[in-house]
Design a binder for this molecule. Structure first.
Ligand code: HEC
Length: 151
């Protein structure tokens, strides 16, 4: 009798772990928070660049160059935190079922950031205004497909 009582919770634990795997329940992986922070850092770079390009009467080219280099460095970081066990957060589950499309969206975003950075480093400011718009288009495109709305 005593043995039965002890065994039951153990069996229950084992079966519920199995079920979680099959039904692909969202996890509470710490990587979710890591990627959210990394996206917020990118968002900060974007705001800084937007502010200079739209509001500054005299464009500080050096500041543009350093911020653009910073964005280039930050751009890949969130995508290191989308492993098999990192489902959840504001990420839609189709990131994992349509992963090829997600990777295409990521590549379009990285390419847009690289193009913008080239324009900035060459001090082609008017061209950079257009390539900056292309970056924000890729943010929205990926969010529409793969991120739950947060407001
Ligand atoms: C390839 C897809 C993809 C691209 C490109 C992308 N994002 Fe996201 N972003 C996501 C996903 C997915 C999340 C949700 C992360 C989570 O909570 O799991 C997210 C989350 C965020 C967040 C955190 C707040 C929230 O609503 O969860 C911010 C801020 C953000 N993105 C800004 C940006 C900006 C700015 C760009 C472009 C400069 C960008 N993202 C480009 C997919 C993308």
């Amino acid at each position: 009798m005593i043995r039965k009582i002890i065994l039951l919770p153990i069996i229950f634990t084992i079966t519920s772990c199995g079920l979680n795997e099959i039904s692909e329940q969202p996890t509470d992986s710490p990587n979710i928070r890591e990627r959210q922070i990394a996206f917020k850092v990118i968002s900060g770079d974007i705001k800084e660049l937007k502010d200079i390009l739209e509001n500054d009467k005299i464009i500080d080219k050096e500041k543009l160059k350093t911020t653009s280099t910073q964005l280039l460095k930050h751009a890949n970081i969130p995508f290191e935190y989308f492993g098999e066990n990192d489902k959840g957060g504001h990420s839609r589950p189709n990131i994992w079922t349509q992963n090829d499309t997600f990777i295409e969206e990521r590549n379009k975003f990285i390419a847009a950031v690289e193009n913008f950075n080239q324009d900035i480093q060459k001090e082609e400011i008017e061209k950079a205004r257009t390539s900056f718009g292309n970056i924000t288009t890729t943010c929205k495109s990926c969010h529409d497909l793969f991120k739950f709305k947060t407001n």
